[in-house]
Write a protein that binds this ligand. Sequence first.
Ligand code: GUN
Length: 287
Amino acid sequence: MTATIIDGKAFAAKVRGQVAEHVTRLKEQHNITPGLAVVLVGEDPASEVYVRSKGKMTVEVGMKSVEHKLDAETGQGDLLALIEQLNNDPEIHGILVQLPLPKHLDEDLVINSIDPAKDVDGFHISNVGLLGTGQKSMVPCTPLGCLMMLREHHGSLSGLDAVVVGRSNIVGKPMAQLLLGDSCTVTIAHSRTKDLPEVVRRADIVVAAVGRPEMVPGDWIKPGATVIDVGINRIERDGKNKLVGDADYASCAEVAGAITPVPGGVGPMTIACLLANTLTACCRANG
Ligand code: GUN
């Protein structure tokens, strides 16, 4: 079997197009421009690339983009003061603090100081609770993008066996909640899971979100299953710098029914969902 490639890049372009149309209407009919503020502390090169890309796409869909780059030694008090200022700024509808933060900052405290209504990452404890109880919330962008691709490919996910490999607060846990919300039978597997290959082999849907390059090989995949690869890992191969996922693409694509590529799968959908969340936050703020 050769898997269908789920084209996240094309899907994301479609979603951004829909967001852009909505933004145009908001401007024309209500004179409102959605605004997204991104806060980056320190100089992590990967984070700088993400933040630049987010800023560019925010502007492309017609939103206002504000970037706050703070130096690595910024104190907790100064960061909290900036968040408070953004919480109170009526032109800012979404706030994203890029993670990871430098070690001296308390990540939980910082995230929980964001107004939950502006928390476009969906990381605030009240959004996590709302999602977990099936109530209206801000939904984390990466899992939301994965769910959209799964729904597009499968139609209904009801009754499917889903295995999420990875238990992070950013991807693994919210992904499991979303799949449960769509009536999948969900397993969260992780580094301590007994007989991980056997657990993954049961799945109709595998979401690989462990942050380990090419960790899931094709012989862990049930023939015809769908593989959603959240990993973005830079490796050296044949003297070249290469971007690979958490699934071994070549062997998984031989067995799976469908698979997301890296790059061009989950990554672009994450940013598209961030823009969609900013639009949602803006619409909710303006009734
Ligand atoms: N770092 C890696 N992924 C993310 C994300 O989705 N949001 C934020 N804020 N930081 C990240």
